[in-house]
Design a protein around this ligand. Structure first.
Ligand SMILES: Cc1ncc(COP(=O)(O)O)c(C=O)c1O
Length: 426
């Protein structure tokens, strides 16, 4: 009997423990679910698409953190409503231009861009009652103009020429804003002479209408966004991205690294972080051949003959998009950098596949390059450091190149790595 009694006692006490564990777990689960729901409820709805820009999550990239012994953190800019870090820039550019009066309500924002900035401007402009006109090179992927047109922007596809040529897409975009302003001024004059309220269209000059039909409905004037030289770009990151990184890490950040196109991101974030703590090291990562790498490491971009626009062909070829230009912009000149690294297309491609496989993160080419930069910085500083980088956009806009096996094979960029051996990590 004794053994039976013992078993009975064990069964009884096991049952009692199980029941109390179940009650305890239920209580814990209920409390947790309830508190999550509660905290979600507390988060107020954001005020329209504009208010949903920024305050993006900062995620630990587990695979890279474990491989390097550093905390490698990525700012998920691909979660902005327009799909990229450029939403911040579009918002700041439009807000400042409306505030200064350089952009009139209902006016048109023009930009020469083949990528994310145009999509962000087209996303943000309607929220302010403005329009967007984009000039893009006609060799840009057709889906880019399709997205822009779907967003309601007008798109002008032009022959690609050097930046020094008056018909470079950026220069045409600048001109379109001036033309829109001339049309608006003429429209105003005609209305004043008539002394009547007229539809804005009536004042447009027929010749200009013919040359550029996209401006037909743009007689409230124009504003050239000028993402390369407009320091609203820098301020978007100095006032937004930088402070968010500081808060999200509680100030525990040792280094920041990012690639540069306009230079706005690396300049705004590095300036903010170094003002907070001069100990924070900030780095550039760019494709080989980019003059910006030379500028940071050697103080010179290139010889006079190598300046952008003087060469027949790009001095470097990269399949990454939005990064690695070969001229000094006002935005980049604001950057506070401690050094620069280079990352190749092959490394960026391999990194994107490694992160997809190990972390489930689907990144665009510049984000993959930034992660290559984060590993370079981790190796340079050694284990135990916290390194932040930017996940600019996701892979969706890169299907026809960066994620296309045929395209990659053509350039000898087919990914083959099984781990991080391409970064010399076993
Ligand atoms: C997808 C993408 N990533 C990164 C960058 C570079 O950022 P920034 O212009 O702030 O240097 C750009 C710039 O156009 C971009 O389009």
């Amino acid at each position: 009997m004794a053994p039976v009694r013992t078993t009975g006692a064990i069964v009884a006490s096991t049952a009692a423990i199980s029941i109390s564990m179940a009650i305890f777990s239920y209580f814990l689960f209920f409390k947790k679910t309830n508190s999550t729901l509660h905290s979600n409820k507390k988060k107020k709805p954001r005020n329209g698409v504009v208010d949903a820009i920024g305050n993006t999550p900062l995620i630990r990239i587990n695979s890279l953190s474990e491989a390097t012994g550093c905390e490698i953190l990525g700012k998920c800019e691909f979660l902005n409503p327009g799909g990229s870090v450029k939403d911040r820039v579009a918002l700041k550019v439009i807000e400042e231009a409306l505030e200064s009066g350089d952009l009139a309500p209902g006016g048109v924002v023009t930009e020469g861009s083949a990528g994310s900035t145009a999509i962000s401007l087209a996303t943000v402009a309607p929220a302010f009652g403005c329009k967007c006109h984009v000039v893009i090179p006609d060799d840009a992927a057709i889906e880019k103009s399709q997205i822009l047109e779907a967003l309601g922007a007008t798109v002008e596809r032009v022959r690609p020429v050097s930046i020094t040529h008056k018909d470079h897409f950026v220069n045409i975009a600048r001109r379109r804003a001036l033309e829109a302003n001339e049309l608006a001024a003429k429209d105003k004059k005609v209305s004043q002479v008539d002394g009547k309220d007229r539809e804005p269209m009536d004042g447009c000059v027929p010749d200009q209408e013919k040359e550029n039909p996209a401006l037909l409905s743009h007689c409230n004037g124009g504003f050239f966004a000028d993402q390369f030289e407009n320091l609203a770009n820098f301020r978007a990151h100095y006032e937004g991205t930088g402070p968010e990184i500081w808060e999200q890490t509680d100030g525990n950040v040792d280094a920041f690294v990012a690639a540069a196109g306009t230079g706005g991101t690396v300049a705004g974030v590095s300036t903010f972080l170094q003002e907070k703590s001069p100990k924070i090291k900030c780095f550039l990562i760019n494709p080989p051949g980019s003059g910006l790498f030379n500028k940071v490491t050697r103080g010179v971009m290139y010889t006079k003959e190598e300046a952008e626009g003087r060469r027949l062909k790009n001095p470097f070829d990269t399949i990454t998009e939005g990064i690695g230009i070969n001229r000094l912009t006002k935005n980049f000149m604001m950057a506070k950098l401690d050094g620069a690294f280079q990352g190749t297309d092959k490394e960026a491609v391999e990194m994107s596949r490694f992160l997809l496989k190990n972390d489930g993160v689907f990144l665009g080419s510049s984000s993959a390059m930034n992660c290559v930069g984060a590993v370079r910085v981790a190796k340079a500083l050694g284990p135990g450091h916290t390194i932040v980088t930017i996940l600019c956009d996701n892979g969706m806009r890169h299907l026809s190149k960066f994620y296309d096996p045929k395209y990659l094979a053509q350039y000898g960029l087919t990914p083959t790595a099984t781990g991080l051996e391409f970064m010399s990590i076993k």
